[in-house]
Ligand binder design. Structure first.
Ligand code: PMP
Length: 351
Protein backbone atom coordinates (compact mmCIF):
# COMPACT_ATOMS: atom_id res chain seq x y z
CA UNK A 1 0.00 0.00 0.00
CA UNK A 2 1.34 3.46 -0.80
CA UNK A 3 1.03 6.39 1.58
CA UNK A 4 -1.29 8.08 -0.91
CA UNK A 5 -4.23 5.66 -0.66
CA UNK A 6 -7.11 7.43 1.08
CA UNK A 7 -8.39 6.09 4.43
CA UNK A 8 -11.61 4.78 3.00
CA UNK A 9 -9.81 2.05 1.07
CA UNK A 10 -6.97 1.20 3.43
CA UNK A 11 -8.81 -1.65 5.14
CA UNK A 12 -10.60 -2.87 2.01
CA UNK A 13 -10.12 -6.61 1.59
CA UNK A 14 -10.07 -7.18 -2.15
CA UNK A 15 -11.68 -10.18 -3.80
CA UNK A 16 -9.27 -13.05 -4.46
CA UNK A 17 -10.04 -14.63 -7.83
CA UNK A 18 -9.42 -18.34 -8.42
CA UNK A 19 -5.94 -19.20 -9.64
CA UNK A 20 -5.21 -18.80 -13.36
CA UNK A 21 -1.78 -20.47 -13.29
CA UNK A 22 0.51 -19.90 -16.26
CA UNK A 23 3.26 -22.33 -15.13
CA UNK A 24 1.84 -25.63 -16.36
CA UNK A 25 -1.31 -27.14 -17.83
CA UNK A 26 -3.73 -28.20 -15.15
CA UNK A 27 -7.04 -29.95 -15.36
CA UNK A 28 -8.66 -26.68 -14.42
CA UNK A 29 -11.75 -27.21 -12.30
CA UNK A 30 -11.40 -24.14 -10.07
CA UNK A 31 -13.14 -21.15 -11.67
CA UNK A 32 -16.33 -22.59 -13.17
CA UNK A 33 -15.26 -21.99 -16.74
CA UNK A 34 -17.02 -23.94 -19.47
CA UNK A 35 -14.87 -26.81 -20.80
CA UNK A 36 -16.23 -26.41 -24.33
CA UNK A 37 -14.96 -23.72 -26.73
CA UNK A 38 -17.06 -20.90 -28.19
CA UNK A 39 -19.01 -21.81 -31.34
CA UNK A 40 -17.26 -21.21 -34.70
CA UNK A 41 -19.63 -18.28 -35.44
CA UNK A 42 -18.52 -16.56 -32.22
CA UNK A 43 -14.83 -16.94 -33.08
CA UNK A 44 -15.56 -15.65 -36.58
CA UNK A 45 -17.49 -12.61 -35.27
CA UNK A 46 -14.73 -11.66 -32.81
CA UNK A 47 -12.02 -12.02 -35.49
CA UNK A 48 -14.00 -9.92 -37.95
CA UNK A 49 -14.39 -7.12 -35.42
CA UNK A 50 -10.69 -7.26 -34.52
CA UNK A 51 -10.04 -5.55 -37.87
CA UNK A 52 -12.11 -2.53 -36.69
CA UNK A 53 -10.45 -2.01 -33.33
CA UNK A 54 -9.47 1.55 -34.19
CA UNK A 55 -13.13 2.46 -33.56
CA UNK A 56 -14.96 2.75 -30.25
CA UNK A 57 -17.66 0.19 -29.63
CA UNK A 58 -21.35 1.13 -29.75
CA UNK A 59 -22.07 2.50 -26.24
CA UNK A 60 -25.75 1.52 -26.62
CA UNK A 61 -24.77 -2.06 -27.63
CA UNK A 62 -27.95 -2.01 -29.72
CA UNK A 63 -27.36 -5.18 -31.76
CA UNK A 64 -26.34 -7.23 -28.77
CA UNK A 65 -29.18 -6.00 -26.55
CA UNK A 66 -31.72 -6.61 -29.32
CA UNK A 67 -30.39 -10.15 -29.77
CA UNK A 68 -30.69 -10.84 -26.02
CA UNK A 69 -34.13 -9.19 -25.87
CA UNK A 70 -35.32 -11.33 -28.79
CA UNK A 71 -34.19 -14.58 -27.20
CA UNK A 72 -35.69 -13.80 -23.79
CA UNK A 73 -38.91 -12.16 -25.03
CA UNK A 74 -38.34 -8.70 -23.57
CA UNK A 75 -37.56 -5.25 -25.04
CA UNK A 76 -34.17 -3.61 -25.54
CA UNK A 77 -35.03 -1.14 -22.74
CA UNK A 78 -35.26 -4.11 -20.35
CA UNK A 79 -31.74 -5.36 -21.09
CA UNK A 80 -28.46 -4.05 -19.74
CA UNK A 81 -25.03 -5.34 -20.83
CA UNK A 82 -21.71 -4.81 -19.15
CA UNK A 83 -18.09 -5.87 -18.75
CA UNK A 84 -18.83 -9.15 -16.97
CA UNK A 85 -21.61 -9.59 -14.44
CA UNK A 86 -19.21 -8.50 -11.68
CA UNK A 87 -19.50 -5.04 -13.21
CA UNK A 88 -23.30 -5.14 -12.94
CA UNK A 89 -23.23 -6.39 -9.34
CA UNK A 90 -20.80 -3.60 -8.50
CA UNK A 91 -23.12 -1.01 -10.05
CA UNK A 92 -26.11 -2.53 -8.22
CA UNK A 93 -24.43 -2.11 -4.82
CA UNK A 94 -23.44 1.43 -5.82
CA UNK A 95 -26.86 2.42 -7.17
CA UNK A 96 -29.26 0.62 -4.83
CA UNK A 97 -27.41 0.58 -1.49
CA UNK A 98 -24.42 2.98 -1.49
CA UNK A 99 -22.75 4.60 1.50
CA UNK A 100 -24.57 3.63 4.69
CA UNK A 101 -27.33 1.90 2.72
CA UNK A 102 -28.48 -1.48 3.96
CA UNK A 103 -27.83 -4.67 2.03
CA UNK A 104 -28.53 -8.34 2.77
CA UNK A 105 -27.07 -11.51 1.29
CA UNK A 106 -26.36 -15.06 2.46
CA UNK A 107 -23.36 -15.63 4.76
CA UNK A 108 -22.11 -18.30 2.39
CA UNK A 109 -22.34 -17.02 -1.17
CA UNK A 110 -20.35 -15.35 -3.91
CA UNK A 111 -17.41 -13.68 -2.12
CA UNK A 112 -17.61 -10.52 -4.19
CA UNK A 113 -20.84 -9.35 -2.48
CA UNK A 114 -18.92 -8.52 0.71
CA UNK A 115 -16.22 -6.75 -1.29
CA UNK A 116 -18.76 -4.59 -3.13
CA UNK A 117 -20.49 -3.89 0.19
CA UNK A 118 -17.17 -2.77 1.70
CA UNK A 119 -16.09 -0.84 -1.40
CA UNK A 120 -19.24 1.28 -1.35
CA UNK A 121 -19.44 1.60 2.45
CA UNK A 122 -22.79 -0.21 2.64
CA UNK A 123 -24.21 -1.30 5.98
CA UNK A 124 -24.58 -4.95 4.99
CA UNK A 125 -25.75 -7.93 7.01
CA UNK A 126 -25.26 -11.53 6.09
CA UNK A 127 -28.14 -13.97 6.50
CA UNK A 128 -27.06 -17.46 7.63
CA UNK A 129 -27.76 -20.43 5.39
CA UNK A 130 -29.63 -23.32 7.03
CA UNK A 131 -27.67 -26.31 8.39
CA UNK A 132 -28.16 -28.14 5.08
CA UNK A 133 -26.76 -25.05 3.24
CA UNK A 134 -30.15 -24.15 1.77
CA UNK A 135 -31.52 -20.59 1.75
CA UNK A 136 -34.70 -20.07 3.77
CA UNK A 137 -36.59 -17.54 1.62
CA UNK A 138 -38.69 -16.43 4.61
CA UNK A 139 -35.56 -14.87 6.12
CA UNK A 140 -35.60 -12.35 3.25
CA UNK A 141 -39.26 -11.33 3.53
CA UNK A 142 -39.90 -7.68 4.41
CA UNK A 143 -36.30 -6.50 4.88
CA UNK A 144 -35.21 -2.86 4.77
CA UNK A 145 -32.48 -2.77 2.13
CA UNK A 146 -31.00 -4.17 -1.05
CA UNK A 147 -31.17 -7.98 -1.26
CA UNK A 148 -28.67 -9.96 -3.31
CA UNK A 149 -29.08 -13.70 -3.82
CA UNK A 150 -27.19 -15.96 -6.19
CA UNK A 151 -29.59 -18.52 -7.66
CA UNK A 152 -28.25 -21.18 -7.86
CA UNK A 153 -26.14 -20.11 -4.94
CA UNK A 154 -22.35 -20.36 -5.10
CA UNK A 155 -20.43 -22.28 -3.92
CA UNK A 156 -23.24 -24.65 -2.86
CA UNK A 157 -24.96 -24.97 -6.25
CA UNK A 158 -28.35 -25.15 -4.51
CA UNK A 159 -31.29 -23.30 -6.05
CA UNK A 160 -34.55 -21.65 -4.99
CA UNK A 161 -37.72 -21.97 -7.08
CA UNK A 162 -39.26 -19.02 -8.95
CA UNK A 163 -42.16 -19.02 -6.44
CA UNK A 164 -39.71 -18.70 -3.55
CA UNK A 165 -37.94 -15.80 -5.27
CA UNK A 166 -41.26 -14.16 -6.06
CA UNK A 167 -42.13 -14.22 -2.36
CA UNK A 168 -38.94 -12.28 -1.63
CA UNK A 169 -39.52 -9.75 -4.41
CA UNK A 170 -43.19 -9.22 -3.47
CA UNK A 171 -42.48 -8.61 0.22
CA UNK A 172 -39.76 -6.01 -0.47
CA UNK A 173 -41.52 -3.54 -2.78
CA UNK A 174 -39.44 -0.58 -1.61
CA UNK A 175 -36.06 -2.20 -2.19
CA UNK A 176 -34.26 -3.75 -5.11
CA UNK A 177 -33.84 -7.52 -5.14
CA UNK A 178 -30.90 -8.69 -7.25
CA UNK A 179 -31.01 -12.32 -8.37
CA UNK A 180 -27.60 -13.36 -9.66
CA UNK A 181 -28.32 -16.11 -12.19
CA UNK A 182 -24.69 -16.70 -13.24
CA UNK A 183 -25.32 -20.47 -13.20
CA UNK A 184 -29.03 -20.64 -14.03
CA UNK A 185 -28.62 -22.36 -17.42
CA UNK A 186 -27.37 -25.56 -15.81
CA UNK A 187 -30.77 -26.69 -14.60
CA UNK A 188 -32.31 -24.05 -12.30
CA UNK A 189 -35.44 -21.96 -13.00
CA UNK A 190 -34.86 -18.41 -14.20
CA UNK A 191 -36.94 -15.56 -12.81
CA UNK A 192 -36.43 -13.27 -15.83
CA UNK A 193 -40.20 -13.60 -16.42
CA UNK A 194 -40.90 -11.88 -13.09
CA UNK A 195 -39.21 -8.66 -14.25
CA UNK A 196 -42.35 -7.80 -16.26
CA UNK A 197 -44.41 -7.92 -13.07
CA UNK A 198 -42.12 -6.31 -10.45
CA UNK A 199 -40.25 -3.03 -10.83
CA UNK A 200 -37.82 -3.87 -7.99
CA UNK A 201 -36.30 -7.02 -9.49
CA UNK A 202 -32.92 -7.06 -11.25
CA UNK A 203 -31.91 -10.41 -12.75
CA UNK A 204 -28.21 -10.67 -13.59
CA UNK A 205 -26.70 -13.26 -15.94
CA UNK A 206 -23.37 -13.81 -17.66
CA UNK A 207 -21.82 -15.19 -20.85
CA UNK A 208 -18.91 -16.52 -18.75
CA UNK A 209 -20.34 -19.91 -17.79
CA UNK A 210 -23.05 -21.38 -20.02
CA UNK A 211 -21.84 -19.48 -23.09
CA UNK A 212 -18.12 -20.24 -22.88
CA UNK A 213 -17.02 -16.58 -22.92
CA UNK A 214 -15.37 -15.96 -19.52
CA UNK A 215 -12.37 -14.33 -21.23
CA UNK A 216 -14.56 -11.97 -23.27
CA UNK A 217 -16.12 -10.36 -20.15
CA UNK A 218 -19.80 -10.03 -20.90
CA UNK A 219 -22.56 -9.83 -18.33
CA UNK A 220 -26.21 -8.91 -18.90
CA UNK A 221 -29.21 -8.09 -16.81
CA UNK A 222 -32.99 -7.86 -17.06
CA UNK A 223 -35.29 -5.41 -15.29
CA UNK A 224 -37.97 -2.81 -15.94
CA UNK A 225 -36.75 0.19 -17.94
CA UNK A 226 -36.35 2.34 -14.80
CA UNK A 227 -33.74 0.10 -13.16
CA UNK A 228 -31.91 -0.30 -16.48
CA UNK A 229 -31.79 3.50 -16.81
CA UNK A 230 -30.29 3.70 -13.29
CA UNK A 231 -27.51 1.29 -14.28
CA UNK A 232 -26.97 3.25 -17.49
CA UNK A 233 -26.59 6.45 -15.48
CA UNK A 234 -23.67 4.87 -13.62
CA UNK A 235 -22.22 3.33 -16.77
CA UNK A 236 -22.23 6.69 -18.57
CA UNK A 237 -20.59 8.22 -15.49
CA UNK A 238 -17.74 5.74 -15.46
CA UNK A 239 -17.05 4.00 -18.77
CA UNK A 240 -19.57 4.28 -21.63
CA UNK A 241 -17.65 1.76 -23.77
CA UNK A 242 -17.64 -0.94 -21.13
CA UNK A 243 -18.34 -3.70 -23.65
CA UNK A 244 -15.64 -3.84 -26.31
CA UNK A 245 -16.19 -4.19 -30.04
CA UNK A 246 -15.19 -7.86 -30.28
CA UNK A 247 -17.20 -8.89 -27.25
CA UNK A 248 -20.32 -7.10 -28.54
CA UNK A 249 -20.18 -9.03 -31.79
CA UNK A 250 -19.23 -12.32 -30.13
CA UNK A 251 -22.13 -11.99 -27.71
CA UNK A 252 -24.68 -11.45 -30.48
CA UNK A 253 -23.26 -14.45 -32.37
CA UNK A 254 -23.49 -16.59 -29.22
CA UNK A 255 -27.15 -15.67 -28.80
CA UNK A 256 -27.76 -16.65 -32.45
CA UNK A 257 -26.08 -20.00 -31.70
CA UNK A 258 -28.11 -20.62 -28.56
CA UNK A 259 -28.82 -24.27 -29.41
CA UNK A 260 -25.09 -25.07 -29.43
CA UNK A 261 -24.65 -23.61 -25.94
CA UNK A 262 -27.76 -25.18 -24.45
CA UNK A 263 -26.63 -28.58 -25.80
CA UNK A 264 -23.30 -28.06 -24.00
CA UNK A 265 -25.19 -27.22 -20.81
CA UNK A 266 -27.18 -30.47 -21.02
CA UNK A 267 -23.93 -32.36 -21.53
CA UNK A 268 -22.37 -30.65 -18.50
CA UNK A 269 -25.46 -31.56 -16.44
CA UNK A 270 -25.08 -35.21 -17.43
CA UNK A 271 -21.38 -35.12 -16.49
CA UNK A 272 -22.35 -33.49 -13.19
CA UNK A 273 -24.81 -36.31 -12.37
CA UNK A 274 -22.22 -38.92 -13.24
CA UNK A 275 -19.42 -37.22 -11.25
CA UNK A 276 -21.66 -36.77 -8.19
CA UNK A 277 -22.46 -40.49 -8.24
CA UNK A 278 -18.80 -41.42 -8.50
CA UNK A 279 -17.84 -39.09 -5.65
CA UNK A 280 -20.66 -40.40 -3.43
CA UNK A 281 -19.46 -43.94 -4.13
CA UNK A 282 -16.06 -42.82 -2.73
CA UNK A 283 -17.73 -41.65 0.49
CA UNK A 284 -18.15 -37.96 -0.39
CA UNK A 285 -21.03 -35.80 0.73
CA UNK A 286 -22.12 -33.91 -2.39
CA UNK A 287 -24.66 -31.07 -2.22
CA UNK A 288 -27.51 -31.20 -4.77
CA UNK A 289 -26.18 -28.87 -7.47
CA UNK A 290 -28.02 -27.04 -10.25
CA UNK A 291 -24.79 -25.32 -11.35
CA UNK A 292 -21.71 -26.28 -13.39
CA UNK A 293 -19.89 -27.29 -10.21
CA UNK A 294 -20.22 -29.62 -7.25
CA UNK A 295 -19.59 -28.74 -3.63
CA UNK A 296 -18.28 -31.87 -1.95
CA UNK A 297 -16.48 -33.11 1.15
CA UNK A 298 -14.80 -36.40 1.82
CA UNK A 299 -15.24 -38.43 4.99
CA UNK A 300 -11.56 -39.42 4.75
CA UNK A 301 -9.52 -36.37 3.82
CA UNK A 302 -9.95 -32.74 4.91
CA UNK A 303 -10.73 -30.07 2.34
CA UNK A 304 -7.39 -28.30 2.32
CA UNK A 305 -5.39 -31.53 2.03
CA UNK A 306 -7.54 -32.73 -0.83
CA UNK A 307 -7.10 -29.38 -2.63
CA UNK A 308 -3.29 -29.49 -2.17
CA UNK A 309 -2.90 -33.15 -3.10
CA UNK A 310 -5.00 -32.66 -6.23
CA UNK A 311 -2.94 -29.63 -7.23
CA UNK A 312 0.28 -31.65 -6.87
CA UNK A 313 -1.27 -34.11 -9.30
CA UNK A 314 -2.20 -31.42 -11.83
CA UNK A 315 -5.88 -30.96 -10.93
CA UNK A 316 -7.05 -27.56 -9.66
CA UNK A 317 -10.22 -27.23 -7.59
CA UNK A 318 -11.36 -24.34 -5.37
CA UNK A 319 -10.99 -24.49 -1.60
CA UNK A 320 -12.39 -21.78 0.67
CA UNK A 321 -10.69 -21.63 4.06
CA UNK A 322 -13.72 -20.13 5.81
CA UNK A 323 -15.95 -21.33 8.66
CA UNK A 324 -18.58 -23.99 7.92
CA UNK A 325 -17.20 -24.82 4.46
CA UNK A 326 -13.50 -25.55 4.93
CA UNK A 327 -14.16 -29.31 4.71
CA UNK A 328 -15.53 -28.83 1.20
CA UNK A 329 -14.08 -28.21 -2.23
CA UNK A 330 -15.87 -26.63 -5.15
CA UNK A 331 -15.26 -28.70 -8.25
CA UNK A 332 -16.13 -27.29 -11.68
CA UNK A 333 -17.67 -29.76 -14.11
CA UNK A 334 -15.25 -30.22 -17.00
CA UNK A 335 -15.39 -32.68 -19.88
CA UNK A 336 -16.11 -36.36 -19.20
CA UNK A 337 -12.38 -37.00 -19.67
CA UNK A 338 -11.36 -34.33 -17.16
CA UNK A 339 -13.78 -35.66 -14.56
CA UNK A 340 -12.36 -39.13 -15.12
CA UNK A 341 -8.90 -37.77 -14.28
CA UNK A 342 -10.29 -36.02 -11.17
CA UNK A 343 -11.90 -39.21 -9.87
CA UNK A 344 -8.80 -41.32 -10.51
CA UNK A 345 -6.56 -38.77 -8.71
CA UNK A 346 -8.98 -38.71 -5.77
CA UNK A 347 -8.87 -42.53 -5.62
CA UNK A 348 -5.09 -42.33 -5.55
CA UNK A 349 -5.15 -39.75 -2.72
CA UNK A 350 -7.60 -41.78 -0.66
CA UNK A 351 -5.26 -44.77 -1.12
N1 PMP B 1 -21.85 -14.28 -9.88
C1 PMP B 1 -21.42 -15.45 -9.42
C2 PMP B 1 -22.27 -16.19 -8.44
C3 PMP B 1 -20.19 -15.98 -9.84
O1 PMP B 1 -19.75 -17.13 -9.36
C4 PMP B 1 -19.43 -15.26 -10.78
C5 PMP B 1 -18.12 -15.82 -11.31
N2 PMP B 1 -17.01 -15.59 -10.54
C6 PMP B 1 -19.90 -14.02 -11.21
C7 PMP B 1 -21.13 -13.57 -10.76
C8 PMP B 1 -19.11 -13.13 -12.12
O2 PMP B 1 -18.99 -13.60 -13.39
P1 PMP B 1 -18.52 -12.68 -14.60
O3 PMP B 1 -18.02 -11.37 -14.05
O4 PMP B 1 -17.47 -13.46 -15.29
O5 PMP B 1 -19.74 -12.48 -15.44
Amino acid sequence: MSRYLINQYQSLEAYVPGEQPQDMRYVKLNTNENPYPPSPAVIEAASREAGRLQLYSDPVCATLRDAIAGLYGVKRENVYVSNGSDDILNFAFMAFAGRGGKAYFPDISYGFYRVFGDLHGCDYRTVPLEDDFSIDPAKYHGLDGLIVIANPNAPTGMALSVDEIEGIVRTNPDHVVVIDEAYVDFGAESCVGLTAKYDNLLVVQTFSKSRSMAGARLGFAFANAGLIADLDRIKYSTNPYNVNLMTCAAGAAAIADNAYYMANCRRIEATRTDTAERLRALGFTVLPSKANFLFAKSDRVDGDTLYRELKKRGVLVRHFNTPRIRDYNRITIGTEGEMGILVSKIREILG
